[in-house]
Design a protein. Structure first.
Length: 278
């Protein structure tokens, strides 16, 4: 099978009179080696169920189908849905028109496990990854291509410059790591940012037991801490955590948010007083 070359991507765009949308962050992969590399890193094959978000013209879709996996391709741009269907239907790919942030995921996927693979634009990457982790347990693994800064935040741990509230939220649900870089030259049009591939693997259960520490309570503290990340926790968490909770959790009141991993945040939340009424 041949996935789309740069020339073929250009011909499809011209032939269907489609101009890439900046609002949708459309940068189409136009390099067979890159999409096959992504398919290899996704570690999918016969018997696997793969859902691709933002399938576009089908370059990555074809590489995923080439592995023998059963592929469902989602595309929000109505201009591209018919183009996509014409490119991938013969490979048995199911094409779905819809916004991944508003889909009925349970109705679409049914029983898992599924692997999510996607080339995600900057403006939806973080909320989409978080939404899938929070609301779509059928997706057990992800491999997403995102802007480098976004990818570093998703995968960051304590001590990394990019570590923040989103990093803690991802770590609550999953383990994540940057799996490689993707050069701007493989996209049409060429973006002005660097891209990376981030692998996300869902944990068997949340890092912090939700029966012991309610999810909303935990991330109330995380948001407050990182919202004033330059301040010591005794200040940024003032009114949310009393002095005894720091001692109970083994956390220095002088520490800052980026010094705490998800388990330490969990201890601090467990030791703190109940949240004030909203």
């Amino acid at each position: 099978m041949v996935t789309h070359t740069r020339h073929e991507v250009h011909d499809l765009l011209v032939g269907y009179e489609v101009r890439p949308s900046r609002a949708l962050g459309q940068n189409f992969v136009a390099d067979p080696n890159t999409v096959r590399r992504i398919a290899r890193l996704a570690q999918v094959g016969p018997g696997d169920q793969v859902v691709e978000i933002g399938a576009g013209l089908g370059s990555l879709t074809l590489a995923l189908a080439e592995t023998g996996a059963a592929v469902t391709a989602i595309e929000v741009d109505r201009r591209l849905v018919a183009v996509l269907d014409g490119q991938v239907r013969y490979r048995g790919v199911r094409v779905v028109a819809g916004d991944a942030l508003a889909l009925d995921w349970d109705g679409l996927l049914g029983a898992g496990p599924w692997v999510l693979v996607a080339n995600l634009p900057y403006n939806v990457a973080t909320p989409l990854v978080v939404k899938v982790l929070e609301e779509v347990p059928a997706v057990g693994r992800m491999l997403v291509m995102v802007q480098r800064e976004v990818g570093e935040r998703l995968a960051a741990g304590v001590g990394d410059p990019a570590y923040g509230a989103v990093s803690v939220k991802v770590a609550y649900w999953a383990t994540a790591s940057v799996e490689g870089r993707v050069p701007a030259a493989v996209f049409v049009p060429r973006p002005r940012v660097e891209s990376v591939l981030v692998g996300v693997r869902r944990r068997a259960g949340p890092a912090v037991d939700p029966a012991a520490v309610p999810y909303e309570r935990l991330f109330e503290l995380v948001r407050a801490g990182f919202g004033q990340r330059r301040k010591m926790l005794r200040r940024s968490l003032g009114g949310l955590v009393d002095a005894g909770a720091f001692t109970c959790a083994g956390v220095r009141p002088e520490a800052r948010a980026e010094e705490l991993d998800v388990w330490t945040w969990g201890r601090l939340a467990a030791c703190s007083s109940s949240p004030s009424p909203s």
